[in-house]
Design a protein around this ligand. Structure first.
Ligand code: NAG
Length: 354
C-alpha cells in the first residue's frame, strides 16, 4: 500500500510542480452558463422523428418499443441567462466540411453519437450517408460534405488488458491514443464503468507501474485514470487543430427518494422532468473528479457539464421500453429523440464560439 500511495504522490507532485494551469476554460464562456437552467415544454420538439432515423439503436428507440407517453419528447433545455443557438444541421455540416468528429467513451458516447447522426440526417435527408464498423470504431459519414461522425467504444479511456492474473485496469497507461490523433473534434466520456462492483465489474486488478492492487476506492482509481487521460491530451493535442470536449457525468435514476418520490422504485413510472433548476438528490461523486482533473490541465478542454440537466430528466430514460422485454429496466441511457439531442445542441453552441 505504501508504494501505491508513493506512486500516487509522485503523480500529484509532478502535476503541482509544472506550470500553473493555463486557465479554467473548461467551463462556461461569455458570461452565460449553458448548464444552469430548466426544462421547458416546446412544441417544436423533438428535433427529429426517430422513425425516420434508421440507425437509432433498438435500445434507445422508445417510441418504436411502445412507450405510450410522448410528453418527454417535447422538452427543450432553457439556460437561465441566455438562449442556446438553435441547431441547424445543414449549417453544421457546412462548417465541418472535410472534418472528423469523434466520440470516445462508453455507451453514453454511443447515445450522443447516435443522436448527432439523427440530427444531421434529418436536416439533409436526401444527402447520402455511409456507415462502417471496424472493431470498436463506428463511422457514420456524409460523402457530400466529407464529414465523418465517429463513435469509438472505450469504457475507461485507459487500458484494460489481460494479464496472467486476470483482467487488469492500467490506470497509468493509454495505448490506444493513436486512434484519437488527426481528429478535428474529440468528445471524450468515461464514468459509469468505474462505478461497477461485483459481477458487473469488468476488471480483476488495478495496476500503476509495477504495483498491482486488488481493490481501491473506485473514485480514486477514476481520478488517476482520468489524470492519465489529461496528460495524454496535454502532450498530444494541438488546440489550433483539434477541439477537445469532455462529456460530463450523466445521471441515472434508480432511487426514487433522490427526487423526493420514495414510492418510485426507479425511473419506470416517470413521465415528467423535475421542475426548476435544482436536483434534490445527492451530488454524483464523479462530477468533482472530472472538474478537478480538467482544472489541472494545460490544454483547453470544454466540459459538457450535463450532470444537472440529466439529473432533472427522470422521465427521459428508456425505462422498460428498450425492446428487450419489460423485465429489463434501463434508467441510465436515454431515449432518442431525447436528452442527448440537447447535449449536441450545446456541443454545437460551443463549437460556434471560437
Ligand atoms: C414519425 O414518422 C412515422 C413514420 O414515418 C409517422 O408514422 C409518425 O406519425 C411520425 N411521428 C411524428 C411525431 O411526426
Amino acid at each position: 500500500m505504501a508504494s501505491w500511495l508513493g506512486l500516487f504522490g509522485h503523480v500529484f507532485v509532478a502535476l503541482t510542480l509544472s506550470l500553473v494551469p493555463a486557465s479554467s476554460q473548461y467551463h462556461h464562456v461569455h458570461g452565460c452558463n449553458y448548464f444552469e437552467g430548466s426544462w421547458v415544454l416546446d412544441n417544436s420538439y423533438p428535433l427529429y422523428n426517430a422513425s425516420s432515423c434508421p440507425f437509432v439503436g433498438k435500445g434507445f428507440d422508445c417510441v418504436k418499443n411502445g412507450r405510450p407517453d410522448k410528453e418527454y419528447l417535447k422538452y427543450r433545455w432553457q439556460p437561465n441567462d441566455c438562449d442556446l443557438p438553435s441547431f441547424n444541421g445543414q449549417d453544421f455540416l457546412e462548417r465541418h466540411r472535410g472534418k472528423k468528429i469523434m466520440f470516445v467513451g462508453d455507451s453514453l458516447s454511443n447515445n450522443i453519437w447516435q443522436s448527432l447522426t439523427c440530427m444531421l440526417h434529418s436536416a439533409v435527408p436526401y444527402s447520402e450517408y455511409a456507415t462502417s464498423q471496424q472493431k470498436q470504431l463506428f463511422t457514420f459519414s456524409f460523402p457530400e460534405y466529407g464529414v465523418s461522425v465517429i463513435f469509438l467504444k472505450n469504457g475507461f479511456l485507459v487500458d484494460l488488458v489481460k494479464e496472467k492474473v486476470g483482467k487488469v485496469l492500467r490506470l497509468d497507461s493509454i495505448s490506444t491514443g493513436d486512434q484519437w490523433k488527426g481528429v478535428d473534434v474529440l468528445i471524450f466520456n468515461t464514468n459509469h464503468w468505474w462505478t461497477h462492483t461485483g459481477r458487473s465489474q469488468t476488471w480483476d486488478y488495478f495496476r500503476i507501474g509495477n504495483t498491482l492492487v486488488k481493490e481501491m476506492d473506485h473514485m480514486k482509481a477514476y481520478k488517476i485514470g482520468l489524470t492519465t487521460w489529461g496528460k495524454w491530451i496535454d502532450s498530444n493535442i494541438d488546440p489550433s487543430k483539434t477541439r477537445v470536449f469532455f462529456q460530463g457525468v450523466s445521471a441515472s435514476h434508480i432511487v426514487g427518494k433522490e427526487w423526493n418520490d420514495p414510492k418510485a422504485k426507479d425511473c419506470r413510472a416517470e413521465t415528467q422532468p423535475v421542475e426548476g433548476s435544482k436536483y434534490p438528490g445527492p451530488k454524483n461523486p464523479g462530477e468533482d473528479v472530472v472538474k478537478s482533473v480538467l482544472s489541472r490541465m494545460y490544454k483547453p478542454v470544454y466540459l459538457l457539464d450535463i450532470t444537472l440537466l440529466t439529473q432533472l430528466r427522470k422521465d427521459g430514460h428508456p425505462s422498460t421500453y428498450t425492446g428487450a422485454g419489460s423485465a429489463f429496466v434501463d434508467c441510465s441511457h436515454w431515449c432518442l429523440a431525447g436528452v442527448p439531442d440537447t447535449w449536441n445542441v450545446i456541443l454545437n453552441a460551443a463549437l460556434l464560439q471560437k
